[in-house]
Design a protein around this ligand. Structure first.
Ligand code: ADP
Length: 236
């Protein structure tokens, strides 16, 4: 097979794993308007960990929800591996999400009436993957195998974070989006989670994390600072 483009042209032609263009999101309560996102553009390439940091209320969770296709921005577009996620019906969004993104939001991603193991299994089913061994493997990976038969309301904060991570990672999604994944865990677990993200990066995966953790921000390839719904300055 011959390549029509030179290597530099190929390098610049890498399709971002995540591309957000000019995202706007407004909330209205009565006469009050909150401008949660005011023209946010960013991208995450395959093989990259990008951290999003900013004060509480700056729009980080709104940005994650829009990028994950769980919320629809009022303006702008999101592309996942070159495929448009925004302005599509829920069925198309859900399908793209299931194929491409492992999501760990603060609201949690566990069903309370299913055990940890069943939650992981359900995620695999939704992603169309039949791999029973993977369920045990991913529970081991995040260090929660012993609690596989526990129901989420019986987990500690740290265990719930790890179980949520197991669900997000189980189908080996090319993209991981995590909102404060280490908010409630001890430093040993934080290191373990970081190692998982770095392993994902090594395999060419993309990771976008909202974090207050300096340890994570330091090990990210780039840090995006957000304040009042806008990106403050260029990545480090
Ligand atoms: P962060 O994650 O940085 O703390 P958020 O994205 O949660 O910020 O919130 C950004 C702004 O949007 C805040 O002022 C918040 O109060 C507001 N906001 C977020 N979600 C809603 C909502 N569902 N309804 C109304 N306002 C909201």
């Amino acid at each position: 097979m011959t390549s029509p483009a030179g290597s530099s042209a190929l390098a610049s032609a890498v399709t971002p794993a995540i591309e957000a263009r000019e995202l706007y999101r407004f909330y209205h309560i009565g006469d009050d308007e909150t401008q949660a996102l005011r023209g946010v553009s960013m991208e995450v390439n395959p093989g990259e960990i990008v951290a999003v940091v900013g004060p509480s209320g700056s729009g980080k969770s709104t940005l994650m929800a829009c990028i994950a296709g769980l919320d629809e921005p009022d303006g702008g577009f999101v592309y996942i591996n070159g495929e448009r996620l925004t302005r599509r019906d829920e069925k198309a969004r859900a399908s793209l999400r299931a194929r491409s993104i492992g999501i760990l939001l603060q609201s949690g991603n566990l069903f309370d009436h299913l055990t940890v193991r069943q939650n992981v299994r359900l995620k695999m089913d939704l992603a169309g993957q039949v791999d029973v061994a993977r369920v045990g493997e991913v529970l081991e990976l995040v260090g929660i195998r012993k609690r596989g038969d526990a129901y989420p309301p019986h987990l500690s904060g740290g265990e719930a974070s790890r179980a949520g991570l197991a669900v997000a990672l189980a189908p080996r999604p090319p993209i991981i989006i995590a909102d404060e994944p280490t908010g409630e865990v001890d430093s040993e677990t934080e290191q373990r989670i970081l190692a998982l993200f770095e392993d994902h990066r090594k395999r060419g995966g993309a990771v976008l994390i909202v974090t207050h953790s300096e340890a994570i921000a330091e090990r990210a390839d780039r840090v995006i600072y957000i304040e009042d719904g806008k990106i403050l300055k260029a990545p480090k």
